[in-house]
Ligand binder design. Sequence first.
Ligand code: BEZ
Ligand code: FE
Length: 292
Amino acid sequence: MATHRFDPNFTENVISAMGPKTSPRLRQLMTGLIQHVHDFARENELTVDEWMAGVKMLNWAGQMSDDKRNEGQLVCDVIGLESLVDEITFKLADEAKDAPTATAILGPFFRADTPYRENGADIVVTKPKDGEMAYMHGQVVDFETKKPLTGATVEVWQASTNGLYEQQDDDQVEFNLRGKFKTDADGRYYFYCLRPTPYPVPDDGPAGKMLELMDRHPFRPAHIHIIATYDGYRPLTTQIFDRKDKYLDNDSVFAVKDSLVVDFVERKDDPQAGLELKYDVKLVKDEATNGV
Ligand code: BEZ
Ligand code: FE
């Protein structure tokens, strides 16, 4: 029984218009989407002008997107959808003390063509005028056995101190502040990077407009992105966050998890870096995930 004052059969008519060739999963997703979107419109008595403003926002996002900019993803990010889907998909990686490394969203600035670098390399190829250098290192281990994984890939990327990733900034050389590393015989990776700094997500498009309309700031807390992979293990996409950052409790895309907050400590006797960050990654064997 409909509890609203609009056509009680309307939504059911739209849902049942799907034909028999629709796959079961698509039918489930479209049924839920249509039901929720219709309920949203009815509950809020959405006006034509308001709906059209939403349509314009979507079109604007599409027009702004290209291979260097993913505005549709950014719109999802500022309403928390990528972080929610991450939580749903990877709920095994919880925040318990002895848990596999927790996941976090990929974000729109990942580049699939990032090159490998040698362990010990400096990913800060274009040096910013400010910023602090850090030596980041750690071990990739099997979550169950704690044994090191030799030959695992650790990929990292970070924004520069001006708040821009290299593909957003003509003044940075290509692949600046990015690299893929292979773990050594002890499962270790190590390289030099910047202590990350907070930055605003691009706010000159519809995602920025939505933030402004919702009276929210665009900043993300300082973080480094990591993807760790090893054959037979579940790939890990995550981010680590600097404990000292002022946006830790206020991330514009809601990606912070307690277990991903890290401490940079002083590093002595290294002319290349005054800070150090140790970060071990615990990967889960594929079969241990029950196919989730
Ligand atoms: C990022 O961390 O790179 C990011 C994530 C979501 C939206 C914008 C940027
Ligand atoms: Fe980022």
